[in-house]
Write a protein that binds this ligand. Sequence first.
Ligand SMILES: [Zn+2]
Length: 182
Amino acid sequence: MPVTLTASHPVPVPPLVGVVSVSDLSNRERAVALYASDMPTRFVMRGSEQARVHGWMIQGAVRLGVREVHRLAAVAYGYRLLWLADLATAEQTRAQHLRFPNASRFSKAETTATLFTVRTDLRMSQAAKDRGPRVEGGCLCAGTGWIAESGDPGDPTMAGYISCPVDNPRGTALPQRPAVIA
Ligand SMILES: [Zn+2]
């Protein structure tokens, strides 16, 4: 779905309130909704602008549809975890850039969502808190929770496994380990 990134006209908040509840969106989902909203990329949230931000969150969530907001936030979170662990594939990086082509806008949306979440006493539903990360496409662990890693390509005895940060974040998955990459 095309997303308006630069529009700055006023947000039609009242008709949309009640369609989507921001309480049912996690912080990451709130960021995704802001990214898709009319929030100007240069917007800087000040103390009195929580209502505007709330309106943009609803606007973006209505624009994308709540299910798409959930999906985008989950795969963006999964990508972030893989990227931080230096485990993201080129395909996953491409997919992330396609999802959020304007990286500075996504960063602004994340910052604004966090400020909103911290500064308002709007509750967050347990279901929203519980929605976790997802990997779009193939994960290097192939769903086993373990990724084979060769510490020294010339020395097979250095091969080991690292736990997948998305599918096995605590490193406690049963050892259905993939074959060692020699
Ligand atoms: Zn994985």
